[in-house]
Ligand binder design. Structure first.
Ligand code: 3H9
Length: 699
């Protein structure tokens, strides 16, 4: 008997139960146990039908991702699905939680599927840089049609059981008791012959065979945001095989593409980020039994761009949120923006009007600070100066309930100083959202010197509940993301002075895979933000300041590093900016030269990596992979490249060290000198990934 797969009889129905926490992934033991149990159920003369179910919180959530890249031990999933399809008696999958990837493929190998109404079904492989490898691309379109299957496979997004039922992916929705419903269903279909096998279906694909151009239209509509990625093209090729080839050839084609992608660098990077994302929320020096405080109600101070976006995050997760502003006019403006944002989503079909109304009803706008008194968590998102922050936290301290979590959304300022404005610094931490806060998934959780363990754990739990990727970081100017961004920004301005133009610099990063470069990003954020921050620190930036002096603050003024015509977001190079740059070079006596793409990339990315090394040394980030998660989820670093620290390892630290040393000498900038950690690892022939998960290992 297998320790992870159980076989029992419920009257004349054999019930196979997979019990492999946490998510019943199809690791080798599960596959072997399943094959064995299926064989015995087949040979059991007393069993007239079979149910395949799972214990714990979910049906099989996929292949075991940790096994990819290692030699595959038989039996493979494809083999098990073949056994399922050939069973001489009906097999019914009983689905609860999430049937994902190999889990859904397993269910597609069964003759029938019964699901709990709360279940979700999907093929998320694309998010790991691969495609379904056990028949998903061949069976799903045969069952529900290409127009439904292709978007599911290319987006990787699961669908709810109700929708799956309407599409015929699920045969029956269970009531409260899934097991009983599945067994009853199995008993009902036990006499059914021939058994329905998806592989034998062709009705749904017939229209495509007659008119293959329809497929190209579907592809065009579903591959708009796949720049640079290999997996979407692989998925399209496999899906094309579904209607062009007989199923066994299609399965073979799918398998070849899967094997190629799983061995490629992109999927390796995406799997690395999958695990890194989950690691990032773990804090090793906090007792494992630390319980988060209960969050029933939230409050956000400030209804500006950030405050409004943060309030939306809570309302989207069904958490009531009080939104506080100083004056009625600002409050009305903030609420109006929130309403417009929701209305846009409704117009695009991403939300129903009813759902929008429900979310708005969860928001309680007010100018009365006292209304935060019953909030379990308060997030401050007011103007970014220390004096204002201190004043707000002093006020919060006098009103908030004793066990409320008090968070600041500051993107640069010292959280410890802010905490000292209260008499309860242990309740204070940073929750740094990224703009637009209702869209960007990164949440830097800034742990102050005195932040209590349960406050930290609460912030992480809330972050996950509102759909964010929380990463715990320490206190320093700009924390992890913005501090590294600053290192990149300094070098970007130098590149302009030495000979490049904004479009050259931005173009190199876009080609690398980022959604935009530093100058387009500054235009989007508003150049006045950076200008104020530089002024506060007494720093000058020759070109940025000259552009700001002309009142060119970026997209919001229609002009910045680029021109934006008629409210468009498309940056157009501007000869006036070019002149400003040429003048600046002349003023500083710099001989301009042509700078190639490779140099631009190295000079933008290597200083970031160097700053990342310092951040690790200082213990501001606890793992190199935390930094990578921050860049993927907060700054649009292409997930298929895995993040800057992984990239550093791929390039080789010795090379980066040498280039940095050259840059430091040329610019006479000590900040560019290779960080001690980078030097040490390079000298030892190691990469950042050799540093284990706990920051003490960096010592
Ligand atoms: C595939 O199936 C390929 C096939 O087509 C072809 C085969 C031939 N493997 O996310 P959570 C771990 S590709 C290994 O925090 P939640 C996870 O690391 C796969 N481990 O829970 C974490 O570990 P730890 C397609 C996995 O409740 C723990 O489980 N499937 C896997 O927030 C809890 O995870 C997917 O891509 C896995 N497949 O969310 C689904 N899944 O506690 C990936 C999870 O040590 N999984 N772990 O940090 C998910 O989307 C979410 O985990 C799920 C639960 C929604 C299931």
């Amino acid at each position: 008997m297998s320790s992870v797969v159980d076989l029992r009889r419920d009257g004349d129905v054999a019930v196979i139960t997979i019990d492999h926490p946490p998510v019943n992934a199809l690791s080798h033991a599960v596959r072997a146990g399943l094959k064995d149990a299926l064989g015995r159920a087949r040979d059991d003369a007393g069993a007239s039908a079979v149910v395949v179910a799972c214990a714990g919180r979910t049906f099989v959530a996929g292949a075991d991702i940790a096994e990819f890249g290692k030699p595959m031990q038989p039996p493979g999933l494809g083999e098990i699905i073949a056994v399922l399809e050939d069973m001489p008696k009906p097999v019914v999958a009983a689905i609860h939680g999430t049937a994902l990837g190999g889990g859904l493929e397993l269910a597609l190998g069964c003759h029938y599927r019964v699901a709990a109404p709360t279940a979700r079904l999907g093929l998320p492989e694309i998010k790991l840089g691969i495609i379904p490898g056990a028949g998903g691309t061949q069976r799903l379109p045969r069952l529900i049609g290409m127009d439904k299957a292709l978007p599911m496979i290319l987006s990787g997004e699961p669908i709810p059981a109700g929708e799956a039922h309407a599409l015929g992916l699920v045969d029956e929705l269970a009531g409260d008791d899934l097991s009983a419903a599945a067994v009853a269903f199995a008993r009902r279909v036990a006499p059914q012959r021939p058994l329905p096998r998806i592989r034998d279906r062709s009705d749904k694909l017939a229209p495509l065979r007659a008119d293959p151009a329809k497929f190209d239209e579907l592809v065009a509509a579903n591959t708009r945001r796949t720049r640079g990625m290999h997996a979407p093209a692989g998925a399209v090729e496999a899906l094309r095989a579904a209607f062009e080839l007989p199923i066994d050839e299609g399965l073979k084609r799918e398998r070849e593409i899967f094997s190629r992608l799983v061995a490629g660098d992109q999927s390796k990077a995406q799997r690395y980020i999958f695990f890194a994302e989950r690691e990032a929320a773990k804090v090793s020096d906090i007792p494992a039994d630390t319980k988060p405080r209960e969050i029933r109600k939230a409050a956000v101070i400030g209804a500006g761009t950030m405050g409004g976006g943060i309030a939306m995050c809570f309302a989207n997760a069904g958490i009531p949120v009080t939104v506080v502003e100083k004056e009625d006019a600002a409050l009305a403006r903030g609420l109006d923006t929130i309403r417009k944002n929701y209305a846009n989503t409704v117009r695009r079909g991403g939300l129903t009007q009813e759902e929008m109304d429900k979310r708005l009803a969860l928001m309680a706008p007010t100018t009365d600070f006292a209304k935060i008194a019953d909030a379990d968590i308060v997030i401050e998102a007011v103007f970014e100066t220390m004096e204002v922050k201190k004043e707000v936290f002093g006020l919060l301290d006098s009103i908030a309930k004793p066990d409320a979590v008090l968070a600041t959304n500051t993107s640069y300022l010292d959280v410890n100083v802010i905490a000292q404005a209260t008499k309860r610094p242990s309740s204070v931490l940073g929750m740094h959202f990224f703009s637009p806060a209702n869209v960007m998934r990164l949440l830097e959780i800034v742990r102050g010197q005195e932040t209590a363990p349960d406050v930290l754990v609460t912030a992480i739990a809330v972050g996950r509940r509102i759909g964010k990727v929380p990463v715990v970081v320490g206190v320093c100017h700009g924390f992890v993301g913005n501090r590294m961004l600053r290192a990149r920004g300094i070098e970007a301005e130098r590149l302009l002075l030495e000979g490049a133009l904004p479009q050259d610099v931005d173009g190199a990063l876009v080609e690398f895979g980022l959604p935009m470069g530093p100058f387009a990003m500054s235009d989007l954020a508003g150049l006045d933000v950076g200008m104020r921050s530089r002024r506060d620190q007494g720093i000058r930036a020759e070109i940025a300041d000259a552009i700001c002096d002309l009142g060119r603050y970026g997209q919001k003024t229609g002009r910045g590093y680029y021109i934006y015509e008629n409210g468009s977001r498309t940056p157009i190079p501007d000869p006036e900016v070019e002149q400003i740059i040429l003048d600046a070079s002349r003023r500083l006596g710099i001989q301009r030269r042509s700078i190639d793409k490779n140099e631009i990339l190295e000079r933008l990315i290597f200083p970031m990596i160097n700053e990342g090394a310092r951040i690790l040394e200082e213990g501001i980030a606890r793992r190199p992979s935390d930094i990578d998660v921050i860049w993927v989820y907060g700054y649009g670093w292409p997930v298929w490249r895995g993040g800057p620290m992984l990239y550093a390892d791929q390039v080789g630290l010795a090379y980066i060290r040498d280039r940095l040393a050259e840059m430091a000498a040329r610019a006479k900038d000590a900040r560019l000198e290779p960080a001690p950690l980078l030097r040490r690892l390079a000298a030892e022939g190691r990469g950042f990934s050799s540093l284990v998960a706990d920051n003490k290992a960096l010592a």
